[in-house]
Write a protein of this length. Structure first.
Lengths: 718, 316
C-alpha cells in the first residue's frame, strides 16, 4: 500500500474515533445503534417546517419534501484532506417525528399491540427496501430531474403533488451538491499547499459536474453515491446500499482502460472514504443472476481492502454460495482475524432456495442483495419493509398459561399448546392487519421520497413505491424469543407434566412473583436440557415454534392479499421485548433480556458449555425457508485466529452453514480478556469494533446492558 | 463385543486435536498418574462428584438425596465424604444450581455416534473428524474399537490421543481403524516416570517403536512441557533424538503446561501440585528449535518446521 494512501486511511480512522467521542458526549454517554456515519456538526441555520394545511403536521408529499428541502439548504458542508469525497450527514431531517394524520392512524391496532408485546410493528415504518443505484448513476441528478419532468408531463393533475415533491427534493439535492462544489473551490483557493489545492480542486470539479451530470468515472460514481447515502440517511436513517463490486465494475474497468486509474491503492482509498462517509449496508461477491457464476472481481478485493484498512464499524457483506470465490473468502476471514470484526457472511444457498419457493425464478432470487442488518431485498423492484416488524413468541405463552389455568378445563400440554396457537394466530393477524393499513395510508403521510428516485416504477407511474410503485411487494416479519419460548415449553413439559415436581398453579404463582423466594424452582426450570443441545425436547419445541410461526405468517396472505415472509431475528428487541415480558418458565426473570435471534441461549450444552457447530446446527434447523434471514451469531476466540488452520476451519464452518440452509453469519473475533477489560473500562479500547447483531458498532459506544450481551456470549464460550 | 463405555465429556468443534474441525470423545480412566494432569476427573474410571461451593444456594436437597450420607456439615461447612461417595450422582440430579456435577457417565456406542454424526458436514468440509482422548482411550479397547469402526464406516477421519502405557495388542487392534495417532512421550529420564508420571516407561517407548514400524497412518508425538519437570534441553533433546531415529514420525509437538485444572482439583477435594509452572514462550521456542535439529516440529502458530543441518550450535 502506497504510504500516502495508507496515511489518509489511517487519518480517517483517527478522525472517526474523534467524532465518536463527540457523538458519545452529545448522546449522553452511549448509543446502542449502528454508527450510521453521522458527523457531530450543527445546522447552519434553523429549519422551517412545511406543514400539511389540513392536519398541521409534516405529512404528505408537499410538506415532507418542502421540509426536506429546507433541511438540505441548512445542512453543513463537510470535506477533509484525508477523504476522497465531500459530504456528510449530521442527523435526521428536522420536524419529521410528526405522526401520521389522526384520521389515518390505526388506533385499534395500536391498542392491541402491547397485549402481544409487539413494539417493532412495521406499521408506520420507513425505508428498509433496496435501491437500484444504477438508475441514479446512469442519469445523475439532472437526468433524474428531467425524468421526473418527462413523466409529469404524461400524467394528469392528480399526480402533480407527487411529481412536484420529487422535483423539489432533487432540486434541493442539486443545491446541496453545488454548495459542496463552491466550498471545495474556496478551500482550493485558500489552500496552503499544492497537495491540498489539488485535492480540493478535484473535489470542486467533481461536485460541480455532478450537480447535473451523470458520473463518468469511478470517483465520480462514488461521489454521487456519497451524496445519495447522505440524503438517504437524513430521511429516517435509510441505510440500504447495493452490491458494490458489480455496480461499480464498469466504471473501474473503463478508468483502467483509459489510463485514469493506474494505482489500485488509490481505489482502495476511495472505498475507505466511502465507508468513512457512511456504513450503508452493501455487498461483494455472489452470483451472476443469469448464469449463477461467481461475480468476484479485482474490485471485490479492493473494496474489502478499503474496509479492512479503515477498520471502523462497517456493514459490508460477502455473499457465500456453493462456488464462492475461495480467495475472497480466505481474505475476508484473514481480515476478520486481524481486525476482530469484518464482513458478515450472507448465505446464498438457503436464501435463494427459500425465495424461489415464493414462485420467483432463480435469477430473481440471486438478485436479492444483502443490504440490511439481517436482510436482503431486490434492488429497486421490491417493496418489502424488512427488519421493522417483529413478533415476540414468548408473550403468547404467558397469555395461554393464564387462560388455561383460569379456565374450567384440564391443565395439560395439549391444552396449553392449543391456547398458545390461538394467541399466536391473533398476534400474527395484528401484524398482517398492520401491513394492510400501512400500504393504504403510508403514501399519504410519509412517502418514500428518496427511494422512489432509485427504484424502477415510482417515477414512471407517479406512484409511491409503498403504494404499488414497484412490481414486487412482499413484506417481512421476524420472530423473537425462540430459545426463551422453546426452553420454557420443555421446562413445563419435564418439570410440571412428566416429573410433577411443580403443579400448574405453582408454576403460575412463581412466574407472577418473578421467582421471589423460589430460586430453587427457578434453577430447576432453567436446568432442563436446552434448545441447541440436539435432540432435546427443547430442540423439538424450537422446531415446532419455528414451523408454526412460519406457517401462520406465510400460508395465508393479508386480507388485502400481501404475503409476509417470516424470519427469526431479534435485533435490539432482546431488551425491548424482554423489558415488557413477565418471568418465563425457562427460569428467566421478568424484564430480563430474551434470547438472541434464533441462537440457543449461552451455555446450552450439557454442563453449561457451547460449541459453534452445535449452535450452527440449531440455527440451520429452524430456518423459515422463504428467503428471509435467520442469522447465526458466533464469537470466536482470538487464539484460534493466530493458529495454523484457523482460517481454513472458519471457512469450512461458514461454507457448511451455507450448505445446511443457514442464511446469515455474523462473527466476532476477540479475546475474552480483552472484551472483559473493555467492558470494565471502555476507554481502554476506543476503537474496538464488535458486530452486535446484524450491525457493527464501537464497543465503547454501547450502553452497559448491550455490552453485557456481548460479554455474556463470551463467558458462555467457556 | 462391549457396546458401552465410560466417558467424562464429548467436545464438539475441537480444533486442537487433529486436522480440521473435530469432535473429541474423552474416555474416563487412566493408568498413568501425571501429577500435572489438567483433567483430574479423567483419572479414575468410576464417576466422581465435583463440588463448586460458590454456586450452592443452600437448598439442602443433596443431603437427603445421597444414599450413602456422603454430604455432611462439618463445622457449619458443607463437605463431601469422599470415602462414602460412590459417584452415583443422586445429589447432582437434585442440584439445579450445578454446584454438584457428576463427572463420568456410561455411554453406548450409539449415543456417542449420534453426537459425532451431528457435525459430520463440518468434518467433510474441513477435513476433520473424530478424536478419542482421555483419560486413556486404549484402556477401553473394545468400546473404542467399535466407535472407530463405526466412524470409518461413515467415512470419517479418525485419531486417537494416547499415552501408550497399555499392552501393544490394544494399539494394534485399533490401528486398522485409525488415520492418526497422537502419542504422548511425557518425559525421557526414568526418574520422571518414577516420581511424576507413574507409568511404565519401557513399555511406552517400546510401543512407540512398534507403532513406528507397523502403523501406516499419521504418527505424531507430543510432550507436555512442564516447568520444573521436563523443560530442560537434555529432556527434550533426548526425546527428539529418539524420534529422529525412527522412520515414520510425522511431527513432534511441544505443549506448554498450564494450570487451568486447579479449579477441578479443588472441586474434587484433591491436591493441586503448585510447584509446576508454565515455561515462558521464549523457552518453548528454544526447546522447539532444539528438537527441530532431529525431527519435524509442529507448532500451532509456527506451523511445521525442521532446523537446517548447519544451523549452528544446538544449545543456547
Amino acid at each position: 500500500m502506497a504510504q500516502k494512501y495508507l496515511d489518509r486511511i489511517q487519518g480517517l480512522h483517527r478522525l472517526k474515533i474523534e467524532h465518536n467521542e463527540e457523538k458519545l458526549r452529545r448522546m449522553g454517554g452511549s448509543y446502542d445503534l449502528d454508527d450510521h456515519g453521522w458527523i457531530p456538526l450543527d445546522l447552519e441555520h434553523e429549519v422551517e417546517a412545511v406543514r400539511d394545511k389540513e392536519s398541521g403536521l409534516v405529512t404528505g408529499m408537499e410538506a415532507v419534501t418542502g421540509t426536506f428541502a429546507n433541511y438540505l439548504d441548512a445542512h453543513p458542508i463537510f470535506m477533509h484532506p484525508d477523504s476522497a469525497f465531500a459530504g456528510c450527514w449530521i442527523g435526521n431531517v428536522s420536524h419529521m417525528n410528526d405522526p401520521w394524520r389522526d384520521s389515518e392512524r390505526f388506533w385499534e391496532n395500536e391498542a392491541m399491540l402491547p397485549v402481544y408485546n409487539i413494539t417493532t410493528r412495521g406499521l408506520y415504518a420507513m425505508n428498509h427496501c433496496a435501491p437500484d443505484l444504477r438508475i441514479g448513476l446512469e442519469l445523475g441528478w439532472g437526468g433524474l430531474l428531467r425524468k421526473i419532468e418527462r413523466y409529469e408531463s404524461l400524467h394528469g393533475e392528480d399526480y402533480r403533488e407527487f411529481y412536484e415533491g420529487e422535483k423539489r427534493l432533487v432540486q434541493a439535492i442539486q443545491r446541496f451538491v453545488q454548495r459542496h462544489a463552491d466550498a471545495a473551490r474556496a478551500r482550493a483557493e485558500q489552500a496552503e499547499t499544492e497537495e491540498l489545492r489539488l485535492h480540493y480542486g478535484k473535489i470542486a470539479e467533481i461536485c460541480a459536474y455532478l450537480v447535473d451530470g451523470a458520473p463518468r468515472t469511478l470517483r465520480e460514481a462514488l461521489q454521487w453515491i456519497v451524496f445519495w447515502q447522505d440524503v438517504d440517511r437524513m430521511y429516517y436513517n435509510g441505510g440500504a446500499g447495493q452490491e458494490l463490486d458489480t455496480l461499480l465494475q464498469p466504471y473501474y474497468e473503463n478508468d483502467v482502460r483509459s489510463g485514469l486509474i493506474t494505482d489500485d491503492d488509490e481505489v482502495t482509498w476511495y472505498f475507505a472514504s466511502l465507508f468513512f462517509n457512511d456504513p450503508h449496508y452493501s455487498m461483494i461477491g455472489g452470483q451472476d443472476p443469469l448464469t449463477g457464476k461467481d461475480v468476484t472481481s479485482r474490485l471485490s478485493f479492493l473494496i474489502l481492502e478499503g474496509q479492512h484498512l479503515l477498520n471502523i464499524p462497517n456493514n459490508l457483506a460477502l455473499r457465500v454460495h456453493e462456488n464462492v470465490n475461495e480467495e475472497l473468502l480466505s481474505r475476508a476471514v484473514k481480515y476478520l482475524f486481524e481486525d476482530g470484526t469484518g464482513v458478515c457472511y450472507s448465505c446464498g444457498t438457503g436464501l435463494d432456495r427459500g425465495y424461489m419457493r415464493n414462485g420467483r425464478p432463480a435469477a430473481i432470487a440471486r438478485m436479492r442483495s444483502k443490504v440490511g442488518c439481517n436482510w436482503t431485498a431486490l434492488p429497486g423492484i421490491e417493496y418489502c419493509l424488512q427488519d421493522v416488524t417483529r413478533i415476540c413468541l414468548a408473550q403468547p405463552l404467558l397469555l395461554a398459561l393464564d387462560d388455561m389455568v383460569a379456565a374450567d378445563e384440564e391443565n395439560s400440554m395439549e391444552n396449553l399448546l392449543r391456547r398458545y396457537e390461538r394467541h399466536l394466530a391473533k398476534a400474527v393477524q395484528l401484524i398482517k392487519d398492520g401491513v394492510d393499513w400501512h400500504v393504504k395510508y403510508k403514501w399519504r403521510n410519509k412517502p418514500e421520497v428518496v427511494l422512489n428516485l432509485v427504484c424502477h416504477g415510482p417515477i414512471e407511474r407517479g406512484i409511491d413505491m409503498s403504494r404499488g410503485g414497484v412490481d414486487i411487494v412482499n413484506f417481512a416479519c421476524d420472530a423473537t424469543a425462540l430459545a426463551t419460548t422453546a426452553n420454557s415449553l420443555a421446562a413445563i413439559e419435564q418439570r410440571v407434566v412428566e416429573e410433577k415436581k411443580l403443579t400448574w398453579e405453582q408454576l403460575i404463582t412463581v412466574l407472577k412473583n418473578d421467582f421471589e423466594g423460589a430460586e430453587d424452582i427457578r434453577l430447576m426450570l432453567k436446568s432442563v436440557p436446552q434448545y441447541g443441545a440436539g435432540d432435546t425436547r427443547a430442540d423439538h419445541y424450537a422446531k415446532y415454534l419455528a414451523e408454526l410461526y412460519t406457517h401462520m405468517m406465510r400460508d395465508t396472505p393479508t386480507k388485502e392479499g400481501f404475503i409476509v415472509l417470516p424470519g427469526i431475528f431479534s435485533h435490539g428487541d432482546v431488551y425491548i421485548h424482554g423489558k415488557h415480558l413477565g418471568a418465563t418458565p425457562n427460569g428467566r426473570h421478568a424484564g430480563d433480556a430474551i434470547s438472541h435471534s434464533a441462537d440457543p441461549d449461552p451455555g446450552f450444552l450439557p454442563g453449561g458449555g457451547t460449541a459453534p457447530t452445535a449452535k450452527a446446527n440449531a440455527v440451520a434447523s429452524v430456518q423459515s425457508g422463504w428467503g428471509n434471514s435467520t442469522p447465526l451469531q458466533i464469537d470466536i476466540d482470538a487464539h484460534l485466529a493466530r493458529e495454523m488452520g484457523g482460517i481454513e476451519n472458519i471457512k469450512a464452518y461458514i461454507k457448511t452453514h451455507d450448505k445446511m440452509g443457514g442464511t446469515l453469519i455474523n462473527i466476532n473475533v476477540v479475546s475474552k480478556e480483552k472484551i472483559l477489560q473493555a467492558h470494565k473500562n471502555p476507554d481502554l479500547y476506543p476503537d474496538l469494533v464488535v458486530r452486535v447483531t446484524g450491525y457493527s458498532a464501537f464497543f465503547k459506544s454501547l450502553s452497559p446492558e448491550y455490552r453485557q450481551q456481548v460479554v455474556d456470549r463470551w463467558l458462555a464460550n467457556g | 463385543m462391549c457396546q458401552t463405555g465410560i466417558l467424562f465429556d464429548i467436545q464438539r468443534f475441537a480444533v486442537h486435536d487433529g486436522p480440521g474441525i473435530r469432535t473429541t470423545v474423552f474416555f474416563k480412566g487412566c493408568n498413568n498418574r501425571c501429577a500435572w494432569c489438567h483433567n483430574p476427573e479423567s483419572l479414575i474410571v468410576r464417576p466422581q462428584i465435583e463440588f463448586y461451593p460458590a454456586r450452592c444456594i443452600g437448598c439442602g436437597k443433596c443431603f437427603s438425596a445421597c444414599p450413602n450420607g456422603a454430604h455432611q456439615l462439618r463445622n457449619g461447612v458443607h463437605v463431601i465424604d469422599r470415602e462414602a461417595c460412590n459417584g452415583c450422582g443422586a445429589c447432582a440430579q437434585t442440584c439445579y444450581a450445578t454446584a454438584l456435577m457428576k463427572k463420568g457417565y456410561d455411554a453406548t456406542v450409539d449415543e456417542v455416534m449420534a453426537q459425532i454424526l451431528a457435525d459430520k458436514p463440518y468434518y467433510e468440509q474441513s477435513g476433520g473428524g473424530v478424536t478419542l482422548s482421555g483419560g486413556e482411550p486404549m484402556l477401553q479397547p473394545e468400546f473404542a474399537k467399535e466407535i472407530l469402526r463405526r466412524c470409518k464406516k461413515e467415512g470419517l477421519h479418525t485419531a486417537v490421543q494416547t499415552a501408550g502405557n497399555v499392552p501393544f495388542s490394544h494399539l494394534s487392534a485399533l490401528a486398522p481403524y485409525l488415520d492418526m495417532i497422537m502419542y504422548d512421550i511425557k518425559g525421557f529420564a526414568p526418574s520422571i516416570y518414577q516420581w511424576h508420571i507413574h507409568g511404565d516407561r519401557e513399555r511406552i517407548f517400546e510401543n512407540l517403536r512398534k507403532l513406528d514400524e507397523t502403523f501406516d497412518g499419521t504418527l505424531a508425538v507430543r510432550t507436555p512441557v512442564v516447568g520444573s519437570v521436563n523443560d530442560t534441553e537434555e529432556e527434550i533433546e533426548n526425546i527428539a533424538r529418539m524420534l529422529g531415529e525412527m522412520k515414520n514420525i510425522r511431527y513432534y509437538q511441544l505443549m506448554p503446561y498450564h494450570a487451568l485444572g486447579k479449579a477441578k482439583y479443588d472441586a474434587l477435594d484433591e491436591t493441586f501440585e503448585e510447584s509446576y509452572y508454565t515455561p515462558a514462550p521464549e523457552r518453548m521456542t528454544h526447546l522447539e528449535n532444539l528438537a527441530a535439529q532431529y525431527v519435524t516440529v509442529f507448532n500451532y502458530t509456527r506451523g511445521y518446521f525442521r532446523a537446517e543441518k548447519d544451523a549452528g550450535s544446538k544449545r543456547q
